[in-house]
Design a protein around this ligand. Structure first.
Ligand SMILES: *[C@@H]1O[C@H](CO)[C@@H](O)[C@H](O)[C@H]1NC(C)=O
Ligand SMILES: *[C@@H]1O[C@H](CO)[C@@H](O)[C@H](O)[C@H]1NC(C)=O
Ligand SMILES: *[C@@H]1O[C@H](CO)[C@@H](O)[C@H](O)[C@H]1NC(C)=O
Ligand SMILES: *[C@@H]1O[C@H](CO)[C@@H](O)[C@H](O)[C@H]1NC(C)=O
Ligand SMILES: *[C@@H]1O[C@H](CO)[C@@H](O)[C@H](O)[C@H]1NC(C)=O
Ligand SMILES: *[C@@H]1O[C@H](CO)[C@@H](O)[C@H](O)[C@H]1NC(C)=O
Length: 472
């Protein structure tokens, strides 16, 4: 009886070879899964039993798990075209900065160089943290493209603070709040070009304080006093004397969130400040469209006892000593439908910045063209839409299809780490291939769509980036 079975296996593997591995290179997905879920599902991976790590739930700020009272309940959700515009601007901004061109304010007039990677209004994911003693909840954007964290603080004029989800954080109600003295190392170490730091002169009898000012790429600003406070992550983890900006003057395109959590690699970030406890490591899982909750975790799983066995790793380094914010890895290849594309790895040699705040992955022209050709050919049965946008030129009309057969797309990085993107949430965004042409000879950016459902572990301590599929 074993003989027919063996024959079958042989025939099938022959088929699969003859078809170039297509048997396993496609996923059939119901088109209903392309639509965001109406209700929030419970996050997996939070309440992580590993006591050496700290996790909090994470949500898309316009998704089903967005904290109540945030913009999810507004009718003001930006259109896809608007999101793409700010996404393009963020990516351009990061790449200009990476290519070393000095950037002055694009808002006109002001002369603060825009230190930070991107645009605050392009950031998409939020976490809720406790700040102060007693802790009050604040919902903040997460950003791997910037470092200094801040929340809007009381007192703040209606004209100086934008309307936000939660009551303003009131430092006078917290027993652990302190301002950072001008003469302290922490204040002196704030880079002048980055945070326009300086001492506030005595006002109303208060001693001078360490001021900070940040201007983001789109002209949004925050100014206030560099301060320390107790930060609670989830139910158990506490970061004492966390340095953050107590913002008293915010202008620009801000939207409801209470502040920002900087996860870049420079000394001001949460990751760097907690490196002695968490080893300079953090991870997140961005939820797929049809679910809701993901997580943000500080610390890496223990490699000594193989707790990290679900991950594949590739070397990661800071962009440069002067631009420590950005995390860089290097792609070596892409496959579509299980077939490696014919792209010389040298095309990717400049590296790729991994950014939580950029939506669409940008890759060099040569690689993009190869990917687009293979993807379109694998999707030939669905009509292409005329490009609605200059960057996204591979968008489909799935009307009338109950299911869609989508090729798997896998990214391979230096060292051979290969990550299968989730289908469809990691490959398609609004029915478009979630990749764009970044130009030849340019840095690439790995955007957030590609990493949906995957735990991405940034471990500066170990100098590597890990991917764990199916994490949320
Ligand atoms: C590995 O160590 C971590 C703590 O570092 C612990 O939480 C976890 O349960 C351990 N896993 C195994 C399989 O022993
Ligand atoms: C409030 O706003 C006014 C005008 O915009 C300004 O003159 C004043 O200094 C502000 N007060 C505080 C406490 O920031
Ligand atoms: C603070 O005071 C010093 C000396 O009085 C003065 O030179 C400086 O311009 C003041 N700075 C601000 C921000 O007012
Ligand atoms: C600021 O005010 C405090 C308290 O009034 C005073 O002791 C200190 O000398 C003042 N500092 C400056 C630079 O004026
Ligand atoms: C990792 O696991 C090993 C073996 O179980 C244990 O000896 C070590 O203390 C753990 N490390 C941490 C940071 O918990
Ligand atoms: C998509 O296809 C449907 C059915 O074939 C058609 O009616 C519709 O006009 C198409 N939409 C666009 C935007 O082309």
């Amino acid at each position: 009886m074993a003989f027919p079975l063996l024959l079958c296996v042989l025939v099938c593997s022959y088929c699969s070879v003859a078809l170039g591995g297509n048997e396993h290179g496609f996923v059939v997905v119901p088109t209903s899964s392309f639509v965001p879920a109406a209700a929030c599902s419970t996050p997996i991976g939070v309440g992580n039993p590993d006591p050496t790590r700290a996790s909090v739930p994470l949500a898309h700020r316009h998704g089903p798990c967005a904290p109540k009272g945030s913009s999810a309940t507004d009718k003001k959700k930006p259109s896809f075209a608007e999101r793409l515009r700010s996404d393009r601007a963020r990516a351009d901004h990061i790449l200009r900065k990476a290519s070393g061109r000095r950037m002055m304010s694009e808002g006109g007039g002001a002369s603060i160089p825009t230190y930070l990677g991107g645009f605050v209004d392009s950031l998409e994911y939020v976490v809720t943290l406790g700040i102060g003693t007693p802790a009050v909840q604040q919902t903040v954007l997460i950003d791997t493209g910037s470092d200094l964290s801040w929340v809007q603080c009381k007192p703040c004029n209606a004209s100086d603070c934008y309307p936000q989800k939660d009551p303003l954080f009131d430092p006078s109600k917290s027993s652990t709040f302190a301002t950072i003295p001008c003469a302290s190392d922490a204040c002196k170490q704030l880079p002048v070009d980055g945070y326009d730091n300086g001492c506030t002169n005595n006002t109303s009898g208060m001693p001078p304080q360490c001021g900070y000012a940040i201007e983001y790429g789109n002209g949004a600003i925050t100014e206030g006093v560099y301060s320390t406070e107790t930060l609670a992550l989830g139910s158990s983890a506490v970061v004492k004397s966390f340095r953050f900006g107590c913002g008293s003057d915010q202008h620009g395109p801000y939207d409801k969130f209470d502040g920002l959590l900087g996860l870049g690699g420079a000394p001001e970030s949460l990751v760097s400040q907690t490196a002695s406890v968490y080893g300079g490591a953090f991870s997140y899982c961005l939820p797929p469209l049809n679910s809701g909750a993901g997580f943000l975790t500080l610390g890496a799983p223990n490699s000594t006892n193989n707790s990290n066995s679900g991950f594949v790793f590739t070397p990661m380094h800071a962009f440069s000593p002067k631009i420590a914010t950005f995390y860089v890895v290097t792609l070596t290849g892409i496959s579509v439908g299980g077939k490696a594309l014919d792209i010389p790895p040298a095309v990717f040699a400049k590296g790729n910045i991994v950014d939580s705040g950029t939506v669409i992955t940008g890759i060099p022209t040569t690689a993009y063209k190869a990917l687009r050709t293979a993807f379109r050919s694998a999707m030939a049965e669905y009509p292409l839409l005329p490009p609605a946008d200059s960057a996204l030129d591979t968008c489909y009309n799935f009307t009338g299809h109950g299911t869609v057969t989508v090729p798997k797309v896998a990214l391979t990085f230096v060292g051979g780490a290969t990550v299968d993107l989730d289908v469809p949430s990691g490959v398609l965004v609004e029915d478009c291939l979630a990749f764009a042409d970044a130009g030849d000879g340019s840095f690439g950016i790995i955007g957030n769509v590609n990493t949906r459902t995957i735990e991405v572990l940034y471990d500066s301590g170990k100098g590597h980036l890990g991917f764990r599929a199916g994490a949320c």
